[in-house]
Design a binder for this molecule. Structure first.
Ligand SMILES: Nc1ncnc2c1ncn2[C@@H]1O[C@H](COP(=O)(O)OP(=O)(O)OP(=O)(O)O)[C@@H](O)[C@H]1O
Length: 310
C-alpha cells in the first residue's frame, strides 16, 4: 500500500549571512516523512539539524528548494489560510525547557497563548477546560495552571512545553532534542509521553538528536546529517545494523572521523541486488538496499565492498 507523505523536503538550502560571511548551514537536503511515522534527524552539534526543523517551522527562511506539507508548498510566500493551517498543525518542542518558557507568564497563559491566537472567539470557560485537559494529558495537575515556570523541575517544564504543543491538536510535531537538557532520571518519562501521544493521536514526529542511542528506540527511519548534508538515510534497524557511511558508524561507535580530504570526491555507492555488488554512480540519491541511501567517496566504497559483500 502506498504510504501517505506528510512532509516532503526537496533540495532544501538554508544560508546564513552574506558574501564572504555566507554560511551554508543546509545543502540540498531531501527527505520525506510519511504520515504516522517517527523520522529521526541525527548528526553532531552544528550539523544543521535544528536549522532544518526551524526552516520547516518557517522560523528561518529557506534559500532554495521546496518544503511540501500535505502536498502544499509552505516555504516562501503562502496564503493566509495555509499559514493558519500550518501554524496550528505543525508544532515544535524545544531542546531547553529552561529557555523556551516565558518566565513572566503563568503556565495557563503559556499553554493557551497559541490557541487564543488561532481561535479568536474562544470563550474563557472553554479555554480553561482545554488548558486543564492539556495539563492532564501530559501528566500534570490542572492546578499547576496558576503557577509560574520557575516553580517546576526540568522534566515538568518540558511537559508544559509539550502541553503547549498538544493543545493545538497538531498532526506533526518537530521535537528538537527534547530530552538532552533533562536529568537522566526523567528522560525516559518524557520519551514515553511522546510515544503515548503518538499512539493516542496519530501524531507524526520529526525527532532531532545528536546521538543514535535514543533514536534507535523511537524512530522508524533515520537520516544522518553532516555539515548540512544528509549522508545516509534508512530504516532505523537497517541503519543501526548496516550503517554504511563512516560518519554514521562513528556516531554509532564513537570511532574516529574519516579523513576530511577524501570528502571532496562525492559519489554515490549503489547496491545492485541482481549482481550482489556495489558500484559508484554520480552523486544523486539511489537505493542501496530497499530504502537505504548513502552518500560517500570512492575510498570508503572499497571499505564497504569488503565489509558488506554477502
Ligand atoms: N541564525 C543563525 N545565524 C547564523 N548562523 C547560524 C544561525 N543558526 C544556525 N547557524 C549556524 O548553522 C550551523 C548549523 O546549526 P544548527 O543549530 O542547525 O545545528 P545543529 O545540528 O542543530 O546543532 P545543535 O545540536 O548544536 O543544535 C551552525 O554552524 C550554526 O552556527
Amino acid at each position: 500500500m502506498e504510504r501517505e507523505v506528510l512532509l516532503d523536503v526537496r533540495d532544501l538550502d538554508v544560508t546564513f549571512g552574506e558574501r564572504r560571511k555566507k554560511y551554508e548551514a543546509v545543502k540540498k537536503v531531501n527527505f520525506k516523512i510519511y504520515k504516522g511515522e517517527t523520522f529521526g534527524l541525527v548528526g553532531e552539534s552544528g550539523s544543521g539539524k535544528t536549522t532544518i526543523g526551524r526552516a520547516i517551522m518557517r522560523i528561518v527562511p529557506s534559500c532554495g528548494g521546496d518544503i511540501l506539507y500535505k502536498g502544499d508548498k509552505i516555504n516562501g510566500r503562502i496564503s493566509a489560510e495555509l499559514d493558519r493551517k500550518v501554524i496550528k498543525e505543525i508544532q515544535m518542542i524545544f531542546q531547553d525547557p529552561q529557555a523556551s518558557l516565558n518566565e513572566r507568564a503563568k503556565v495557563d497563559y503559556i499553554i493557551s497563548e497559541g490557541l487564543m491566537n488561532m481561535e479568536k472567539g474562544l470563550g474563557e470557560k472553554e479555554r480553561k477546560k482545554r488548558v486543564d485537559q492539556a495539563l492532564l494529558d501530559v501528566g500534570l495537575l490542572p492546578e499547576f495552571a496558576s503557577r509560574f515556570p520557575h516553580e517546576f523541575s526540568g522534566g515538568q517544564r518540558q511537559r508544559i512545553g509539550i502541553a503547549r504543543s498538544l493543545i493545538m491538536n497538531p498532526d506533526f510535531i518537530i521535537a528538537d532534542e527534547p530530552i538532552s537538557a533533562l536529568d537522566v532520571s526523567v528522560r525516559a518519562q518524557v520519551l514515553n509521553l511522546l510515544g503515548d501521544m503518538k499512539k493516542k493521536r496519530q501524531i507524526t514526529y520529526l525527532f532531532i538528536a545528536h546521538d543514535l542511542s535514543v533514536m534507535r528506540f523511537i524512530t522508524d527511519r533515520i537520516a544522518v546529517i553532516r555539515k548540512g548534508e544528509i549522508v545516509e538515510m534508512a530504516e532505523t534497524e537497517e541503519l543501526i545494523t548496516h550503517a554504511l557511511h563512516p560518519y554514521t558508524r562513528a556516531l554509532l561507535s564513537a570511532i574516529p572521523m574519516p579523513d576530511p580530504k577524501h570528502e571532496k570526491e562525492k559519489k554515490l555507492l549503489v547496491y545492485d541486488p541482481s549482481v550482489h555488488d556495489y558500484s559508484w554512480e554520480k552523486a544523486s540519491w539511489r537505493e542501496i538496499r530497499p530504502e537505504h541511501y548513502v552518500l560517500a567517496n570512492r575510498k570508503e566504497a572499497e571499505e564497504y565492498k569488503k565489509l558488506y559483500k554477502d
